[in-house]
Design a protein around this ligand. Structure first.
Ligand code: ARG
Ligand code: ZN
Length: 859
């Protein structure tokens, strides 16, 4: 069944209050829910109350305290016809958390009980109008065995606790803030807490706790520091203060997503909480800081102001991603953070936008909402709001967000409400800009710069490509921060914001005796693909001179992209190949030598564009040619700049471990140097990687060295892998790394390694992190996944079919790599399609996988 945005109707009944009573047990938890229901004056006045359920059986139904038999089931939903305007409904059900492998609703993980309700998990716990525009005040009572479940948590504040003679105890929680059911949470288990406090700007003392399994407490410090920094930052930057006396976080090993913003009780995947230098990389530290902030920021952008319906998901997710990006930029290096954000957008969202699953940031229809927790809704959604900050400036944008929070506090709002508030508060006209919410596809901007006499004329043409269901598009509002550089001085005369609103527009710039060098979309001010036929000379100029760090990175990327795309397409003569390589080599040498760069930024400038981003630029691409050409360039750079890479590796290896930017920069460059050396001289790289591995006192160095060894056919490979496994046996998050490193490796037999790892005693289909570590990593490893005989596609399809009955949500996340078939050369395209068809032929697929496979075949 397809759900359409246009079909939205307000709920017929509201539920101002709900009381939940849980008798906890791993395999038979009794849930009694009591709902105060009121007819919604704003709705059409249906007498039927629809309570959504998914797999629930009503043991008993009471209406106004009386046993009631006049109800019926429709699918999983329970329907009751009610005469008057207000009633109290009680329903009792029994659920089995231990059998809940979908990890949606109430489930068991390592002996503890926990919940995940977004988007539609609450209906697997209790019958309820499970839609985000029904807001209720929750009172929760839970009782359970004290030794199995010593800690009992829910949203809001603890209001009562007690013990019984039979070894059970109970806790009661009350959340004063009305919330939709997707923000409900319950945790019961044997957990230990690390505690701290935060005093808000108005003087409220908030007790903070992070709950983990015993033994993990020592690895919560970074998450706690990140939480405190987030609370302070949201007060200072967005004027948002926390609104309860306590804030709890629980880390869970089995979790479908990254984390969840349940009111006052965030539940996290352990990978976004636990860190120490021995077991977590610098990237892990950054991800923890970002996700802890993201969930905390949801308290306002998501919880205080929530979504009217799931089509509005980007209202909370796009805005909250923008907020966490801004926070991380303020905590570390803003230019490096911006570059990383754009790299993620290009690697994850651009392919979505150009493929069969393309959808606008506010979708028009869906079958399974879980399939729309996408890079488009999240990351492109953030870019769209970021453009508003570019158009308004940060001060005016803040006036807009203040108005948004003030106007819609306590409401379930829409994307339109957000845009209107920014318009009114910031004083912008966003009439045409709203198309960003409605049109899918990455706009393309073709650039020409003509120089005549003293005048440079810049002409920009935009096209928004057709996407499924949207054959024709209207022009977008595209804000482009732009500068023109004088070749003689190496400087520009000031940046301008050019706002492209028509299909084609021109701007004239006077006073250029020589043709200037164009720097456009600086800071990546718009999420578009710029097509600008820049000469190598101009790109090298920008790579050296641009004062916008993102533009400098972009020039380096463009230099390599142009070269590799031409190489893959077979358009390079030997002389052109040499010239292209030399231009890249010179630019890299300049970056290596530039004393003004810090090492973190230097690292960004040295990272070659990824295979998936390169493949995006080439129609009917042969992925193995992209892989081979990119590796060949790496090898050439490894040889040509060999001495520089060795010096770099030596210099960086001498820097002691700390979390300072300098030390982190050194670690980033250290492994990057190994990567280039490995492409040139495997023997030397293996020796250096082995030395780095043996000397490592932190996971960044250890993982980097092992990553390089994993790609080499060298004896050091097996020894290091065995050592790593022994050293970290029992640490699930680090064993995940052990799986990923092998699944993502450049090794020619990576596919055989993946097959063997699927049979390894440590592999399991029931832990999403483990599945992702092996299979999502493998699917992103073009060299292995795109094996010409189709073995990689078959392997992924086998996994999807095996996993689907266990966890349809995670299985569906494995489908998109196969959906890329239209972009790939015909031989592989056919093999990919065959696997999709094989999956589609299976009769009882989950709704999640069914939708993704159908769209992938049709789109
Ligand atoms: N709201 C959560 C977050 O972004 C993610 C929930 C994921 N849910 C899902 N069905 N995939 O912070
Ligand atoms: Zn979120």
């Amino acid at each position: 069944p397809v759900i359409n945005r246009a079909d939205y109707r307000p709920p017929a009944w509201l539920v101002p209050e709900i009381a939940l009573d849980f008798a906890l047990s791993l395999d038979a938890t009794r849930v009694k829910s009591t709902l105060k229901v009121e007819r919604n004056a704003a709705a059409d006045g249906s007498a039927t109350l629809r309570l959504n359920g998914d797999g629930l059986v009503a043991q008993e139904v009471l209406v106004d305290g009386q046993a009631h038999n006049d109800w019926r089931m429709e699918g999983g939903d329970l329907l009751i016809d009610l005469p008057g305007d207000a009633h109290e409904i009680s329903v009792e059900t029994v659920i089995n958390p231990a059998a809940n492998t979908q990890l949606s609703g109430l489930y068991a993980s390592n002996g503890m009980l926990c919940t995940q309700c977004e988007a539609e998990g609450f209906r697997r716990i209790a019958f309820f109008p499970d839609r985000p525009d029904v807001l209720s005040v929750y009172s929760v009572r839970m009782a359970g065995d004290k030794s199995a479940f010593p800690v009992l948590l829910s949203n809001g504040n603890p209001v009562a606790a007690g013990e019984a003679a039979d070894g059970t105890h109970l806790a009661e929680w009350h959340d004063p803030w009305p919330k939709p059911s997707y923000l409900f949470a319950l945790v019961a288990g044997d957990l230990v807490a690390t505690r701290d406090q935060f005093v808000t700007r108005s003087g409220r003392t908030v007790d903070l706790a992070i709950y983990v399994r015993a033994g993990d407490e020592a690895r919560t410090g970074h998450a706690m520091r990140s939480l405190i920094a987030s609370m302070k930052w949201d007060e200072e930057v967005y004027g948002r203060e926390y609104d309860l006396d306590l804030f709890n976080i629980v880390a869970v090993a089995d979790f479908n997503a990254g984390a969840m913003e349940n009111k006052g009780l965030n539940i996290f995947n352990t990978r976004y909480i636990l860190a120490d230098p021995e077991t977590a990389t610098d990237a892990d530290y950054d991800a923890i800081e970002g996700v802890v902030a993201h969930e905390y920021f949801h308290n306002w952008s998501g919880n205080r102001v929530t979504c009217r319906d799931w089509f509005q998901l980007s209202l909370k997710e796009g805005f909250t991603v923008l907020r966490d990006q801004q926070f991380s930029a303020d905590m570390g290096s803003a230019p490096v953070k911006r570059i990383e954000d754009v790299r993620i957008l290009r690697a994850a969202q651009f392919p979505e936008d150009s493929g069969p699953l393309a959808h606008p940031i506010r979708p028009d229809s869906y079958q399974e909402i879980s399939n729309f927790y996408t890079a488009t809704v999240y990351n492109k959604g953030a870019e769209v709001i970021r453009m508003m900050t570019v158009l308004a400036g940060l001060d005016r944008f803040r006036k807009g967000t203040d108005l948004y929070f003030e106007r819609h506090d306590g409401e379930a709002a829409t994307c339109e409400d957000f845009v209107k508030a920014i318009e009114d508060g910031a004083g912008l006209d966003l009439a045409q800009f709203r198309r960003w919410y409605a049109q899918a596809g990455t706009p393309r901007v073709d650039v020409s710069l003509v120089h005549e006499g003293e005048t440079a004329t810049l002409t920009l043409r935009q096209t928004v490509p057709p996407t499924p269901g949207q054959p024709e598009k209207l022009p977008m509002v595209i804000p482009l921060r732009t500068a023109l550089f004088d070749r003689a001085t190496g400087k520009h005369r000031g940046e301008e914001l050019l706002v492209l609103t028509e299909a084609e527009q021109s701007w004239a710039f006077d006073g250029f005796a020589q043709a200037p060098v164009l720097s456009i979309n600086r800071g990546f001010s718009a999420p578009v693909a710029i097509r600008s036929p820049s000469s190598n000379e101009d790109l090298v100029f920008l790579a050296e001179h641009d004062d916008d760090p993102f533009a400098r990175y972009e020039a380096m990327q463009q230099l390599v992209v142009q070269h590799l795309v031409a190489a893959v397409e077979g358009q390079l003569s030997d002389a052109e190949r040499d010239a292209g390589r030399r231009a890249i080599g010179d630019a890299i040498a300049a970056v290596l030598a530039d004393p003004a760069l810090d090492d973190l930024m230097r690292g960004e400038l040295l990272i070659l564009p990824g295979e998936s981003y390169l493949a995006e630029q080439i129609p009917a691409v042969d992925p193995s040619r992209v892989h081979d050409e990119r590796e060949a360039l790496k090898g050439w750079l490894g040889t040509t700049l060999g001495a520089a890479w060795r010096d770099l590796h030596d210099r960086c290896s001498a820097v002691p471990y700390s979390l300072s930017a300098e030390a982190r920069g050194a670690r980033k460059l250290k492994t990057l140097a190994l990567v280039f050396l490995a492409a040139a001289d495997a023997g030397e790289a293996a020796r250096r990687a082995k030395a780095q591995y043996d000397a490592a006192d932190n996971m960044t160095d250890r993982q980097g060295a092992l990553m390089v060894l994993c790609g080499l056919e060298t004896p050091e490979r097996a020894t290091a892998l065995a050592d790593f496994h022994d050293r970290f046996a029992g640490n699930m998050l680090v064993i995940d790394k052990w799986f990923s490193l092998q699944a993502g490796s450049l090794h020619p037999h990576a596919i055989d390694h993946v097959k063997a790892l699927a049979e390894h005693a440590d592999f399991t289909l029931t832990n999403p992190n483990r599945v992702r570590a092996l299979y999502i990593t493998f699917a992103a490893n073009a060299g292995a996944f795109h094996a010409a005989d189709g073995e990689g596609y078959k392997l992924l399809a086998d996994l999807i079919l095996q996993l689907d009955p266990i966890n349809g949500n995670v299985a569906a996340r494995c489908v998109p790599p196969l959906g890329r078939w239209r972009k790939v050369e015909p031989g592989r395209a056919k093999l990919m399609r065959e696997q999709l068809e094989r999956i589609a032929a299976v009769p009882d697929l989950s709704r999640d996988v069914r939708e993704q496979v159908t769209r992938s075949l049709e789109g």
